[in-house]
Ligand binder design. Structure first.
Ligand code: SF4
Length: 400
Protein backbone atom coordinates (compact mmCIF):
# COMPACT_ATOMS: atom_id res chain seq x y z
CA UNK A 1 0.00 0.00 0.00
CA UNK A 2 1.47 3.43 -0.87
CA UNK A 3 2.34 5.36 2.25
CA UNK A 4 -0.23 8.09 1.45
CA UNK A 5 -3.01 5.50 1.75
CA UNK A 6 -1.82 3.90 4.98
CA UNK A 7 -3.78 4.69 8.13
CA UNK A 8 -1.75 6.03 11.02
CA UNK A 9 -1.36 4.89 14.59
CA UNK A 10 -1.78 7.35 17.47
CA UNK A 11 0.33 7.02 20.62
CA UNK A 12 -0.71 8.98 23.70
CA UNK A 13 1.84 9.32 26.47
CA UNK A 14 0.26 9.42 29.95
CA UNK A 15 3.36 9.74 32.17
CA UNK A 16 1.53 9.70 35.52
CA UNK A 17 2.15 6.99 38.12
CA UNK A 18 1.05 6.32 41.69
CA UNK A 19 4.56 5.22 42.66
CA UNK A 20 7.88 5.33 40.89
CA UNK A 21 9.20 1.79 40.39
CA UNK A 22 12.88 1.49 41.24
CA UNK A 23 13.81 0.07 37.81
CA UNK A 24 11.88 2.66 35.80
CA UNK A 25 13.85 4.72 33.31
CA UNK A 26 10.87 6.39 31.62
CA UNK A 27 9.94 10.06 31.77
CA UNK A 28 6.98 9.16 34.01
CA UNK A 29 6.65 10.32 37.61
CA UNK A 30 4.27 10.90 40.49
CA UNK A 31 2.53 14.19 39.68
CA UNK A 32 -0.52 15.89 41.21
CA UNK A 33 -4.11 15.42 39.99
CA UNK A 34 -4.23 19.14 39.17
CA UNK A 35 -1.28 18.66 36.86
CA UNK A 36 -3.02 15.69 35.23
CA UNK A 37 -6.03 17.88 34.38
CA UNK A 38 -3.75 20.48 32.83
CA UNK A 39 -1.81 17.79 31.01
CA UNK A 40 -5.00 16.53 29.36
CA UNK A 41 -5.71 20.13 28.23
CA UNK A 42 -2.30 20.24 26.62
CA UNK A 43 -2.69 16.77 25.09
CA UNK A 44 -6.01 17.70 23.49
CA UNK A 45 -4.51 20.90 22.05
CA UNK A 46 -1.69 18.85 20.61
CA UNK A 47 -4.09 16.36 19.00
CA UNK A 48 -6.24 19.19 17.63
CA UNK A 49 -3.26 20.99 16.07
CA UNK A 50 -1.34 17.92 14.96
CA UNK A 51 -2.31 18.13 11.29
CA UNK A 52 -1.23 21.75 10.95
CA UNK A 53 2.02 21.00 12.78
CA UNK A 54 2.80 17.97 10.60
CA UNK A 55 2.04 20.02 7.51
CA UNK A 56 4.35 22.84 8.67
CA UNK A 57 7.11 20.23 9.00
CA UNK A 58 6.45 18.96 5.47
CA UNK A 59 4.90 15.68 6.62
CA UNK A 60 1.60 13.97 5.78
CA UNK A 61 -0.62 13.07 8.70
CA UNK A 62 -3.14 10.48 7.42
CA UNK A 63 -6.76 11.19 8.14
CA UNK A 64 -7.50 7.60 9.15
CA UNK A 65 -6.39 5.98 12.39
CA UNK A 66 -6.52 2.22 12.80
CA UNK A 67 -4.60 1.90 16.08
CA UNK A 68 -4.48 3.96 19.26
CA UNK A 69 -2.15 3.20 22.14
CA UNK A 70 -2.36 4.80 25.59
CA UNK A 71 1.11 4.23 27.04
CA UNK A 72 2.69 5.23 30.28
CA UNK A 73 3.22 5.89 32.92
CA UNK A 74 -0.10 4.47 34.00
CA UNK A 75 -2.93 5.42 31.64
CA UNK A 76 -5.37 3.43 33.81
CA UNK A 77 -5.18 6.41 36.22
CA UNK A 78 -7.14 8.54 33.72
CA UNK A 79 -10.58 9.61 34.93
CA UNK A 80 -13.65 8.87 32.79
CA UNK A 81 -13.93 12.59 31.94
CA UNK A 82 -10.34 12.59 30.68
CA UNK A 83 -11.06 9.67 28.36
CA UNK A 84 -14.25 11.31 27.08
CA UNK A 85 -12.37 14.51 26.24
CA UNK A 86 -9.47 12.74 24.59
CA UNK A 87 -11.70 10.55 22.40
CA UNK A 88 -13.93 13.49 21.45
CA UNK A 89 -10.82 15.39 20.32
CA UNK A 90 -9.53 12.39 18.38
CA UNK A 91 -12.88 11.90 16.62
CA UNK A 92 -13.01 15.62 15.76
CA UNK A 93 -9.68 15.45 13.96
CA UNK A 94 -9.52 11.92 12.55
CA UNK A 95 -11.60 9.13 11.12
CA UNK A 96 -11.30 6.24 13.48
CA UNK A 97 -11.52 2.83 11.83
CA UNK A 98 -14.45 0.93 13.47
CA UNK A 99 -12.15 -2.12 13.81
CA UNK A 100 -9.28 -0.08 15.27
CA UNK A 101 -7.09 -1.74 17.89
CA UNK A 102 -7.23 0.56 20.93
CA UNK A 103 -4.88 -0.37 23.77
CA UNK A 104 -4.77 1.00 27.29
CA UNK A 105 -1.78 0.18 29.47
CA UNK A 106 -2.92 -0.58 32.99
CA UNK A 107 -1.33 -1.27 36.34
CA UNK A 108 -3.02 -4.14 38.18
CA UNK A 109 -5.29 -2.76 40.95
CA UNK A 110 -5.25 0.73 39.37
CA UNK A 111 -8.11 0.56 36.88
CA UNK A 112 -11.36 1.79 38.44
CA UNK A 113 -14.60 0.14 37.24
CA UNK A 114 -15.94 3.48 36.03
CA UNK A 115 -12.75 4.15 34.03
CA UNK A 116 -12.92 0.69 32.46
CA UNK A 117 -16.58 1.16 31.58
CA UNK A 118 -15.99 4.50 29.83
CA UNK A 119 -12.81 3.23 28.16
CA UNK A 120 -14.77 0.34 26.65
CA UNK A 121 -17.61 2.61 25.61
CA UNK A 122 -15.07 4.79 23.81
CA UNK A 123 -13.66 1.76 21.98
CA UNK A 124 -10.76 0.47 24.11
CA UNK A 125 -10.55 -3.24 23.25
CA UNK A 126 -7.09 -4.24 24.42
CA UNK A 127 -5.47 -3.98 27.86
CA UNK A 128 -1.75 -4.28 28.42
CA UNK A 129 -1.07 -5.19 32.04
CA UNK A 130 2.27 -4.29 33.67
CA UNK A 131 2.52 -7.42 35.82
CA UNK A 132 6.34 -7.75 35.63
CA UNK A 133 6.36 -10.66 38.09
CA UNK A 134 3.85 -13.06 39.62
CA UNK A 135 6.15 -13.48 42.62
CA UNK A 136 5.04 -11.05 45.32
CA UNK A 137 8.47 -10.58 46.87
CA UNK A 138 9.93 -9.55 43.50
CA UNK A 139 7.08 -7.12 42.77
CA UNK A 140 7.38 -5.52 46.20
CA UNK A 141 11.18 -5.21 45.93
CA UNK A 142 10.85 -2.86 42.95
CA UNK A 143 7.99 -0.84 44.42
CA UNK A 144 4.98 -2.49 42.77
CA UNK A 145 1.95 -2.71 45.03
CA UNK A 146 0.02 -5.53 43.36
CA UNK A 147 0.18 -9.24 44.19
CA UNK A 148 -0.12 -12.33 42.04
CA UNK A 149 -3.61 -12.89 43.47
CA UNK A 150 -4.73 -9.40 42.52
CA UNK A 151 -3.29 -9.79 38.99
CA UNK A 152 -5.29 -12.97 38.44
CA UNK A 153 -8.41 -11.31 39.84
CA UNK A 154 -7.90 -8.34 37.48
CA UNK A 155 -7.69 -10.61 34.45
CA UNK A 156 -10.92 -12.38 35.47
CA UNK A 157 -12.60 -8.98 35.92
CA UNK A 158 -11.44 -7.76 32.49
CA UNK A 159 -12.70 -10.88 30.74
CA UNK A 160 -16.04 -10.62 32.54
CA UNK A 161 -16.33 -7.05 31.25
CA UNK A 162 -15.79 -8.23 27.67
CA UNK A 163 -12.07 -7.45 27.13
CA UNK A 164 -10.57 -10.53 25.52
CA UNK A 165 -7.39 -9.06 24.10
CA UNK A 166 -5.08 -8.90 27.13
CA UNK A 167 -1.31 -8.60 27.12
CA UNK A 168 0.95 -9.21 30.11
CA UNK A 169 4.40 -7.67 30.62
CA UNK A 170 7.07 -9.67 32.46
CA UNK A 171 10.61 -8.57 33.35
CA UNK A 172 13.53 -10.99 33.56
CA UNK A 173 16.28 -9.85 35.90
CA UNK A 174 14.36 -8.43 38.89
CA UNK A 175 15.97 -8.51 42.35
CA UNK A 176 15.58 -11.90 44.06
CA UNK A 177 14.61 -13.59 40.78
CA UNK A 178 15.95 -17.10 40.33
CA UNK A 179 15.57 -19.63 37.58
CA UNK A 180 12.81 -21.31 39.63
CA UNK A 181 10.94 -18.09 40.42
CA UNK A 182 11.18 -16.90 36.80
CA UNK A 183 9.79 -20.25 35.61
CA UNK A 184 6.99 -20.01 38.19
CA UNK A 185 6.14 -16.49 37.02
CA UNK A 186 6.06 -17.57 33.40
CA UNK A 187 3.91 -20.60 34.29
CA UNK A 188 1.41 -18.31 35.98
CA UNK A 189 1.34 -15.99 32.97
CA UNK A 190 0.66 -18.98 30.69
CA UNK A 191 -2.01 -20.26 33.09
CA UNK A 192 -4.01 -17.07 32.56
CA UNK A 193 -4.46 -18.23 28.92
CA UNK A 194 -3.54 -14.76 27.74
CA UNK A 195 -2.93 -14.25 24.02
CA UNK A 196 0.03 -11.87 24.24
CA UNK A 197 3.09 -11.65 26.49
CA UNK A 198 5.95 -9.15 26.39
CA UNK A 199 9.23 -10.10 28.03
CA UNK A 200 11.82 -7.45 28.79
CA UNK A 201 15.30 -7.95 30.16
CA UNK A 202 15.93 -5.55 33.03
CA UNK A 203 18.20 -2.72 31.93
CA UNK A 204 20.82 -1.82 34.49
CA UNK A 205 21.64 1.73 33.48
CA UNK A 206 22.01 5.06 35.20
CA UNK A 207 18.53 6.20 34.16
CA UNK A 208 16.85 4.33 37.00
CA UNK A 209 17.46 4.34 40.76
CA UNK A 210 18.00 0.59 40.82
CA UNK A 211 20.35 0.70 37.84
CA UNK A 212 22.39 3.55 39.32
CA UNK A 213 22.67 1.80 42.65
CA UNK A 214 23.75 -1.42 41.02
CA UNK A 215 26.38 0.31 38.88
CA UNK A 216 27.70 2.05 42.00
CA UNK A 217 27.79 -1.26 43.91
CA UNK A 218 25.45 0.14 46.57
CA UNK A 219 22.99 -1.70 48.84
CA UNK A 220 19.77 0.27 48.25
CA UNK A 221 16.74 -0.79 46.15
CA UNK A 222 17.71 -4.45 46.64
CA UNK A 223 20.50 -3.94 44.10
CA UNK A 224 22.71 -6.70 45.61
CA UNK A 225 19.87 -9.19 44.92
CA UNK A 226 19.95 -8.63 41.15
CA UNK A 227 20.61 -11.90 39.30
CA UNK A 228 23.57 -12.18 36.91
CA UNK A 229 22.84 -10.96 33.37
CA UNK A 230 23.93 -14.27 31.85
CA UNK A 231 21.25 -16.04 33.89
CA UNK A 232 18.51 -13.72 32.68
CA UNK A 233 19.60 -14.28 29.09
CA UNK A 234 19.19 -18.04 29.66
CA UNK A 235 15.74 -17.53 31.18
CA UNK A 236 14.70 -15.44 28.20
CA UNK A 237 15.83 -18.16 25.78
CA UNK A 238 13.99 -20.81 27.77
CA UNK A 239 10.85 -18.64 27.78
CA UNK A 240 10.95 -18.36 23.97
CA UNK A 241 10.81 -22.16 23.72
CA UNK A 242 8.24 -22.65 26.45
CA UNK A 243 5.87 -20.03 25.02
CA UNK A 244 6.17 -21.51 21.53
CA UNK A 245 5.27 -24.92 22.98
CA UNK A 246 1.95 -23.51 24.22
CA UNK A 247 1.17 -21.69 20.97
CA UNK A 248 2.37 -18.20 21.98
CA UNK A 249 4.94 -17.53 19.29
CA UNK A 250 7.67 -14.95 19.36
CA UNK A 251 7.16 -12.34 16.63
CA UNK A 252 9.56 -9.64 17.85
CA UNK A 253 12.55 -9.52 20.17
CA UNK A 254 10.38 -8.84 23.23
CA UNK A 255 6.93 -9.88 22.04
CA UNK A 256 5.01 -13.17 21.85
CA UNK A 257 1.46 -13.80 20.67
CA UNK A 258 -1.05 -16.38 19.62
CA UNK A 259 -2.03 -16.19 15.92
CA UNK A 260 -4.00 -13.02 15.16
CA UNK A 261 -3.05 -11.33 18.44
CA UNK A 262 0.19 -9.51 17.55
CA UNK A 263 0.10 -5.87 18.56
CA UNK A 264 -1.01 -4.06 15.42
CA UNK A 265 0.07 -0.73 16.87
CA UNK A 266 3.59 -1.82 17.78
CA UNK A 267 4.06 -3.46 14.38
CA UNK A 268 3.78 0.01 12.85
CA UNK A 269 7.05 0.99 14.57
CA UNK A 270 8.93 -1.96 13.10
CA UNK A 271 7.38 -1.63 9.65
CA UNK A 272 7.96 2.12 9.39
CA UNK A 273 4.24 2.77 9.04
CA UNK A 274 3.13 6.28 9.99
CA UNK A 275 2.40 7.10 13.61
CA UNK A 276 1.78 10.25 15.58
CA UNK A 277 2.89 10.46 19.20
CA UNK A 278 1.43 13.08 21.54
CA UNK A 279 2.37 13.92 25.10
CA UNK A 280 5.55 13.94 27.13
CA UNK A 281 8.51 12.30 25.40
CA UNK A 282 6.26 10.97 22.60
CA UNK A 283 7.82 10.20 19.23
CA UNK A 284 6.33 10.54 15.75
CA UNK A 285 7.26 9.21 12.33
CA UNK A 286 5.41 10.45 9.28
CA UNK A 287 6.10 10.23 5.57
CA UNK A 288 6.52 13.20 3.26
CA UNK A 289 5.27 13.73 -0.31
CA UNK A 290 8.78 13.44 -1.74
CA UNK A 291 9.20 9.87 -0.42
CA UNK A 292 11.35 10.84 2.57
CA UNK A 293 10.13 10.71 6.15
CA UNK A 294 10.38 12.82 9.24
CA UNK A 295 10.76 11.87 12.90
CA UNK A 296 10.39 14.10 15.91
CA UNK A 297 10.34 13.75 19.67
CA UNK A 298 8.42 15.83 22.18
CA UNK A 299 10.26 17.26 25.20
CA UNK A 300 11.05 14.67 27.87
CA UNK A 301 10.82 17.06 30.84
CA UNK A 302 7.38 17.97 32.18
CA UNK A 303 8.53 21.57 32.74
CA UNK A 304 9.22 21.87 29.02
CA UNK A 305 6.14 20.04 27.77
CA UNK A 306 3.81 21.75 30.21
CA UNK A 307 5.31 25.08 31.34
CA UNK A 308 3.52 27.10 33.98
CA UNK A 309 1.33 29.96 32.79
CA UNK A 310 -0.69 30.00 29.58
CA UNK A 311 -0.35 26.90 27.48
CA UNK A 312 1.71 27.58 24.39
CA UNK A 313 0.11 26.43 21.14
CA UNK A 314 2.34 23.38 20.83
CA UNK A 315 5.44 22.08 22.53
CA UNK A 316 8.68 22.66 20.69
CA UNK A 317 9.98 19.37 19.41
CA UNK A 318 13.12 18.18 21.15
CA UNK A 319 14.63 16.92 17.95
CA UNK A 320 13.41 16.83 14.36
CA UNK A 321 15.10 14.40 11.97
CA UNK A 322 14.60 14.31 8.24
CA UNK A 323 15.12 10.74 7.12
CA UNK A 324 17.09 10.62 3.91
CA UNK A 325 17.27 7.45 1.79
CA UNK A 326 20.44 6.09 3.44
CA UNK A 327 18.92 6.40 6.89
CA UNK A 328 15.56 5.04 5.69
CA UNK A 329 17.38 1.96 4.40
CA UNK A 330 19.15 1.42 7.73
CA UNK A 331 15.89 1.88 9.62
CA UNK A 332 14.07 -0.60 7.35
CA UNK A 333 16.82 -3.12 7.93
CA UNK A 334 17.23 -2.71 11.68
CA UNK A 335 13.58 -2.28 12.59
CA UNK A 336 12.56 -5.13 10.26
CA UNK A 337 15.17 -7.42 11.78
CA UNK A 338 13.53 -6.99 15.17
CA UNK A 339 10.64 -9.04 13.77
CA UNK A 340 11.08 -12.82 13.64
CA UNK A 341 9.88 -12.79 10.04
CA UNK A 342 12.90 -10.57 9.28
CA UNK A 343 13.24 -8.45 6.15
CA UNK A 344 12.54 -9.20 2.50
CA UNK A 345 15.77 -8.49 0.61
CA UNK A 346 13.98 -8.25 -2.75
CA UNK A 347 11.73 -5.59 -1.34
CA UNK A 348 14.69 -3.67 0.11
CA UNK A 349 16.51 -3.90 -3.19
CA UNK A 350 13.51 -2.53 -5.12
CA UNK A 351 13.02 0.25 -2.63
CA UNK A 352 16.61 1.33 -2.04
CA UNK A 353 18.68 -0.10 -4.89
CA UNK A 354 20.87 -3.17 -5.20
CA UNK A 355 24.14 -1.36 -4.58
CA UNK A 356 23.06 -0.14 -1.15
CA UNK A 357 21.75 -3.56 -0.22
CA UNK A 358 24.87 -5.38 -1.37
CA UNK A 359 27.04 -3.07 0.69
CA UNK A 360 25.10 -3.96 3.85
CA UNK A 361 25.04 -7.66 2.96
CA UNK A 362 28.83 -7.72 2.80
CA UNK A 363 28.74 -7.68 6.60
CA UNK A 364 26.16 -10.44 6.83
CA UNK A 365 28.50 -13.31 6.01
CA UNK A 366 30.62 -12.49 9.00
CA UNK A 367 27.61 -12.19 11.32
CA UNK A 368 26.03 -15.32 9.87
CA UNK A 369 29.24 -17.19 10.61
CA UNK A 370 28.90 -16.09 14.23
CA UNK A 371 25.41 -17.66 14.20
CA UNK A 372 23.61 -14.36 14.77
CA UNK A 373 21.76 -13.94 11.50
CA UNK A 374 20.35 -16.37 8.92
CA UNK A 375 19.26 -16.07 5.31
CA UNK A 376 16.48 -18.19 3.87
CA UNK A 377 15.62 -17.40 0.25
CA UNK A 378 15.04 -13.69 0.07
CA UNK A 379 14.46 -13.30 3.79
CA UNK A 380 17.06 -12.26 6.31
CA UNK A 381 16.33 -12.69 10.00
CA UNK A 382 18.04 -12.85 13.37
CA UNK A 383 18.65 -16.26 14.91
CA UNK A 384 17.64 -16.83 18.57
CA UNK A 385 21.20 -15.89 19.62
CA UNK A 386 21.06 -12.87 17.32
CA UNK A 387 17.91 -11.64 19.01
CA UNK A 388 19.75 -11.67 22.34
CA UNK A 389 22.71 -9.80 20.82
CA UNK A 390 20.66 -7.59 18.49
CA UNK A 391 22.56 -4.41 19.36
CA UNK A 392 25.82 -6.07 18.39
CA UNK A 393 24.35 -7.29 15.09
CA UNK A 394 23.01 -3.84 14.24
CA UNK A 395 26.28 -2.10 15.01
CA UNK A 396 28.21 -4.62 12.86
CA UNK A 397 25.80 -4.05 9.97
CA UNK A 398 26.15 -0.30 10.40
CA UNK A 399 29.91 -0.22 9.98
CA UNK A 400 29.60 -2.21 6.74
S1 SF4 B 1 4.30 2.02 36.55
FE1 SF4 B 1 5.57 1.86 34.70
S2 SF4 B 1 5.95 3.96 34.08
FE2 SF4 B 1 5.22 4.04 36.19
S3 SF4 B 1 7.07 4.05 37.44
FE3 SF4 B 1 6.44 1.90 37.24
S4 SF4 B 1 7.54 1.14 35.42
FE4 SF4 B 1 7.65 3.39 35.38
Amino acid sequence: MPFEAKPAGLYLSIPFCKHKCSFCNFASDVFSNALLDRYIDRLCIEIRDARAKAHSRGAILPNHLDTIYFGGGTPSLLAPAHLNRIFATIRDGFELNPAAEITLEAAPDQLLPETLEVAQREGVNRISFGVQSFIDRESAAVGRTHTAASCHAEIVRLRASGIENISLDLIAGLPYQTQQSWAASLDQAIATATDHISIYLLEVDEDSRLGRESLAGGPRYHAPALPPEDDTADWYQAACTQLADVGIHQYEISNFARPGRQSRHNRKYWQRDPYLGVGLDAHSMLHCHDGTAIRWANPDAMSAYLPTGDLPILPTALKIDRIAQDQAFEESLFLGLRLNEGVDLNHLSTQFGEARLNQALSAVEDIAFAGLIARSGSRLSLTPSGRLASNEVFSRLLVA
